[in-house]
Design a protein around this ligand. Sequence first.
Ligand code: PGA
Ligand code: ZN
Length: 424
Amino acid sequence: MSAIRQLTALEILDSRGRPTIKTACELTSGARAGASVPSGASTGTAEALELRDREPRRYRGLGCRRAVANVNGELNRALAGRDFADQAELDATLLAVDGTPNKARLGANALLSVSLAFGRAVAVERGVALYRHFADVLGEPLRTLPRLTINLFSGGKHAGGQVPIQDVLVVPASARSVDEALAMTYEVYQSAADLTQRKYGMRALTADEGGLAPPFASAEAMLEDAVAAIEAAGFAPDGDVGLAVDVAASHFFRAGRYHLEAAALDSDAMIERVTGWLADFPIVSVEDALAEDDWDAWPRLRPRLAGRALVLGDDFLCTNPARIRRAIAAEAADALLLKVNQIGTLTEAAEAYRLARSAGWRVTLSARSGETEDDWLADLAVGWAGDQIKIGSITQSERLAKYNRLLEIEVETRLPVVAWPGTR
Ligand code: PGA
Ligand code: ZN
């Protein structure tokens, strides 16, 4: 049992300089902790509603004062002085107070800030590390540390759309620890920066998540340059360092066609194109290769990639249990990208996680393009034994806060990195 004494929310800024919300939760035991909420740019349409002020003259409408007021006012009044048996009871109360299917009244950002701050305060009250508390919330033991997938090149909505594909990430597949994975990634990133300077005459320009963003001629050129950077760093593509791709295809899908560079591909042509990448490049994971509502085509994509690369759903699944159930039934994917703020409470995210695992899927825990210096994602990825974690590049402090937390957890727990993707 944990009783809330007070919730106190504050508008803070994310890594893009946009407002977001941070909430502190104080329990009657005196335990107190805060949590900040991230925010996406390449968002799925099925995401829970992020409440923004819509005052055009302040932060171009993106202020979060209403979400803050909802925590300090209504949610504080409804929750303060009440005892909660566990996270599930707290989250169920949040949903009941909001009363809408997509958290539109009080805002998913407001609700999630309370859900996370409560979780962290209870961990403090119990005197356990946050990753252990998250494992207990799920009811699973600690098992492994996640495999890192780290942004190297960016495009799409995170980089002004210079190439439609959103992210090419490196996967240090042979690394036996987080520590080793980061050291390998540093070499690849530096090689990629040199290549970008030599080939495109630019070095420092990075996108929202810190990926390099030169004007690639095509998606294939982006992948070729990533392989060149891996080789220049002295690693074997495939064996040592593989690639993950976030196609984020919803964002160039219009009127039934995928507008990839000059082409306007139908779903099957898009599937062929992506399948071709697997033949040519050491890709171990493909996220949102198709648009979020191209439900008919996803089941045709999956068998083409299965066994070679993960068929990972981000906007497609939106960490939404109903969408995940439908995708499992249709055999439309085999991996879930889990972003807690797509759904809005820890308990619902845990339900999404359990569903994915019940179907034998892999799970990637993911940050957003708008992040804060808060590091709870690292604890969540360990507590929930994610197969992959996707935080962004290694150049910006809001990303490094999570990598550094993983390094700390690695020393503290001595857990092994998950044996995925393994030798191919
Ligand atoms: P977002 O994108 O955080 O901008 O929505 C991240 C992703 O698509 O994985
Ligand atoms: Zn994505």
